[in-house]
Each structure stands twice: as C-alpha cells, then as structure tokens.
Design a protein around this ligand. Structure first.
Ligand SMILES: [Zn+2]
Length: 488
C-alpha cells in the first residue's frame, strides 16, 4: 500500500483528456492511483471538490525565468531583434540571488495562472555559472513546481549572429559592438556539464535540459556539442527556431538554406529536440521536424507582442510535428498566463484565413497545452487525468461566471478561462495554492525583494541601456531593410 493516500472527493473531472464525469480521485506518492466513479471510499484524508471542475495542470512549453525581474522593461515597440540588442541591459549585473528571485517570481505567476510545469530557458550573463543554474533549480523545487531548467547559452552576440548588421553602424559604434564577445563555447558547456553532474535537487520534479539560445547565435560546433550532451545525458534540448523572418533571411545568408535544414544536417533534430515559436517554418521544415519526432512550442502572445507573426500551427500539426504551447517570458509577453496562451492557440488560427475546418480545435489546443508540452519536456505520464499519471491538477470554481450556465465544459475552459476561476493548484500530489494564497512562496516578501532588486539593477544597467537604445534604432532599420530586400 502507498504510504499516504488522499481522496479528492467529487468534482467534474476531465478524464483521459476526453470526457467530463462526476468522479473522485485517489492520490498517493504524487500520482493519481485511481479514478473512481462517485464518492470513493471512507477513512482517508479528503479534499472536498464537489463544487470544482478538475483538469490537468497546464504545461508551459517555453518560458524564461529571468524575464520576471525584467517585467515592464521591454519597449512597447520592441521587435525580437531590438529586444535582443538590449537584452544584456535588461538581464545584466544580476547576482545569484537575483536569478533565484526571478525564478521564484516566475513560478509564483505561473502557479497563480494554472501552470504546473514549465520548460525554462534561463540566462545568466556574461555566461552560466554552476551556482546560477542551481539557484534556478532550487527555486522551482522549493516552489513545488515541475520544471525543466535549461541554461540558455550562445557563443555569438546578435551583432555577430546577423550577417551585415555590424556594417550598419558607424565606425566608433561598430568598434564598440565588435568588442563585445561571449565566452568560448567549450568553457560554457563545461560549466553546464558541471552543473548537471552536481544537480542540487531530485531530478524527478525539477530536471535539467539544455538551451542553445538561437541557432544563428551558436557556432555549428557548439550546436553539435549541445546535441551530443543532450544525447549522452538524455536531456531535452530547446532552441528558438525561426521566431522571426529576419532569422530565416540570415539563415539563407549564413547557411544557404533554412534554419531547420541546417539543424537537420548537423544532426540536431530528434525526439529530444524542440523549437520555440516556429513562426517562419516552411513545409519542408515541418516535414523534417516531424520525420525526426521533434517538437515545436507555439507562443502566440509573444509572437503578437513582438510582431514576429503567427506560427503555422495547423500545417505543423498536420505534418505530424509534436506541438506544445508556451507563454514565453514575463518581459516579452508581459505575463505568463497559460490559459491565455492556450486560448490564443485556438483563436488565432481562426484569423489565418483558412477555412473553418482548418482551425485549431478546442481539444487540440487543450492537448497542446498539456500532453503536448509535457512530451516536449520529456515528462512521462504528465498532462492528463488517469490512473498512473502525475497528480498535477487544477481546481476551477464551478460557480464562477465562466461556467454559469455550463454547456460545453472544455470549450468554456479553453475559450473563456483566464485563471479567474482557479481556486486550488496541486503539483506532484501537493496543494501549492489555496484560498488565493501560494503555500510554497512568501509573495509579499517576494514583492519587496523584487522592487529592491529592480531598482538596484536599473541603476547598474543605466549606461548599458542608453547604448542599447541607440543600437536598437540601427538594428531595427537593418532588419527591416534586410527582410524587404529578401522579399523583393
Ligand atoms: Zn523565448
């Protein structure tokens, strides 16, 4: 017999991600051990859920914990490329405590909005440290969340990544920007390897991954070394793939082919591989991804916010690509609401000028935001309610306006829910949010620490920000001209 069992009594339960039924759930050792018709046995500790709708926790297939402390710091007119130009001004000068604080803020926001697991590409500047990577892992562990913590790494700045960009600057600025270099990839990867070997928390709930940031920002040797490490240690690997048109234009210039074809030739594509965004993917690229069992994480809000475009989600699904949904970071998406991301995954497809039978359906959007993202994270048996699956559960208030009256429960969740009806969150069998309070984090203290850290970092990064703003103006016109020339 399992050591301690809990009975979740009653509730309108989404069983097998297929149908809703009045049911009870037996939970033990972080797992759902039985789905029971009716009220269930007596004599066990009970969570009364008769006025709840119970669904699996939403799985965020792509985010960045460092973004939480950068909230509000991304210009309203930023594109991805101008954002990257200033990324060091937003993420620079951070201590190990800052990295942990940002991850705690990020975890608190995700839990509040119904996310129980996330794929975090977290960055540390000028390069990763063992302490920094471990600080992020500990933050998720202590918050009670499930996560893949993948250090986001590169060996080229944006000025080295985009062919021709440096030439757009006047000589003094070109000289200054050329002088910015990242660590040799061998050093970076050695640090990551050390951090993984000494992983500070049980890897059952918070496990490592690897995040070569953007193919153009990584040399080919670096990319293949990342893939080799992922293979050797069985890690999920994620990169930003074809997020913007500029990236595909630069790929043609640098590689003479598409981003995905280039990665395919390098041997990066595999079931361990996922690309975030995938906005500018061709049919050939979709076929390559599908053929290797690789995944794409759809980040609709981030793509709208940065004007990157709209990912061809239907074409990717039809090609057989494993699809997840993500929020991207609290800086570039202004928040991490997985309900919102899932809803946009469904509704945005309706604006892509396809006939209505080509739209992303409600069950498809829900699947992408649960099992799809979980598969991309390499999480076994996560993202549905069934015996033997992880006890990561959301409890929605059946009396909340979104569900009154209740006719089509899954549609009303996917197309209306924003977290307003969320009452309790369970992760790994533990209640982590209840009575509008996160039990694993001191949110008031987090807020105090976050305000102080942001004030200190903004002062420390002020000169860098002024320089980044000047560089962003040139970068913006360079990218616009490059994409326009390519188009013609
Ligand atoms: Zn991202």
């Amino acid at each position: 017999m399992p050591s301690s069992q809990t009975l979740i009594r009653g509730g309108l339960v989404l069983i097998d991600n297929a149908r809703f039924a009045e049911a009870s759930l037996l939970i033990a050792d972080g797992q759902i051990t039985a789905v029971i018709d009716g009220a269930g046995p007596d004599g066990l500790p009970v969570i009364d859920a008769r006025d709840r709708i119970i669904i699996p926790g939403l799985v965020n297939g792509h985010t960045h914990s460092h973004g939480a402390l950068g909230r509000g710091g991304v210009a309203p007119d930023a594109t991805l490329e101008t954002f990257l130009t200033g990324a060091s001004a937003l993420n620079g000068q951070r201590t190990t405590d800052d990295l942990r604080l940002s991850a705690e803020l990020s975890a608190a926001e995700m839990i509040r909005k119904g996310c129980t697991a996330c794929f975090d590409l977290s960055v540390e500047l000028p390069g990763p440290t063992v302490a920094g990577i471990h600080a992020v892992a500990r933050a998720y562990h202590d918050a009670g969340m499930r996560a893949v913590v993948a250090p986001m790494i590169s060996d080229r700045t944006i000025f080295q990544a985009l062919p021709g960009l440096l030439d757009a600057f006047d000589p003094p600025m070109r000289a200054a920007l050329s002088a910015i270099t990242l660590l040799p990839w061998q050093d970076t990867l050695a640090t990551v390897h050390r951090a993984l070997e000494s992983w500070p928390v049980p890897a059952t709930r918070v496990r490592p991954g690897i995040g070569p940031a953007i193919p153009l920002h990584c040399s080919n040797d670096f990319l293949t070394a990342c893939a080799a490490l992922a293979d050797a240690l069985d890690l999920p690997l994620q990169t930003h793939l074809a997020e913007t048109r500029m990236q595909q234009v630069a790929a043609q210039s640098r590689y003479g082919t598409t981003l995905t074809a280039h990665l395919d030739v390098l041997g990066l594509l595999s079931p361990r591989f996922s690309g975030a965004h995938g906005v500018w993917l061709s049919r050939d690229e979709a076929a390559r991804l599908a053929g290797q069992g690789a995944g794409i994480v759809h980040n609709p809000l981030s793509n709208l916010r940065l004007g990157s475009g709209t990912a061809p989600a239907r074409a990717l699904l039809d090609a057989g690509v494993v699809m997840g949904v993500g929020t991207d970071a609290s800086n570039t998406s202004d928040g991490q609401n997985m309900f919102e991301a899932m809803r946009l995954a469904a509704t945005l497809s309706r604006a892509q000028a396809a006939p209505s039978d080509q739209w992303i359906t409600v069950p498809e959007a829900f699947h992408m935001a649960t099992e799809g993202s979980a598969r991309i994270m390499g999480l076994p048996r996560t993202g549905r309610i069934a015996a033997g699956w992880t006890a990561d559960l959301l409890f929605l208030d059946r009396d909340y306006c979104h569900y009154v009256p209740l006719r089509d429960t899954l549609s009303q969740i996917v197309l209306a829910e924003n977290g307003g009806a969320l009452r309790e969150v369970m992760i790994d069998g533990q209640i982590v949010m209840q009575d509008n309070r996160i039990l694993t984090l001191d949110e008031a203290r987090l807020a105090t620490r976050a305000r102080a850290a942001a004030a200190r970092l903004d002062t420390a990064n002020m000169q860098a920000r002024i320089k980044a703003e000047a560089a962003a103006t040139i970068t913006r016109s360079f990218c616009h001209a490059a994409c326009t020339a390519h188009h013609h």
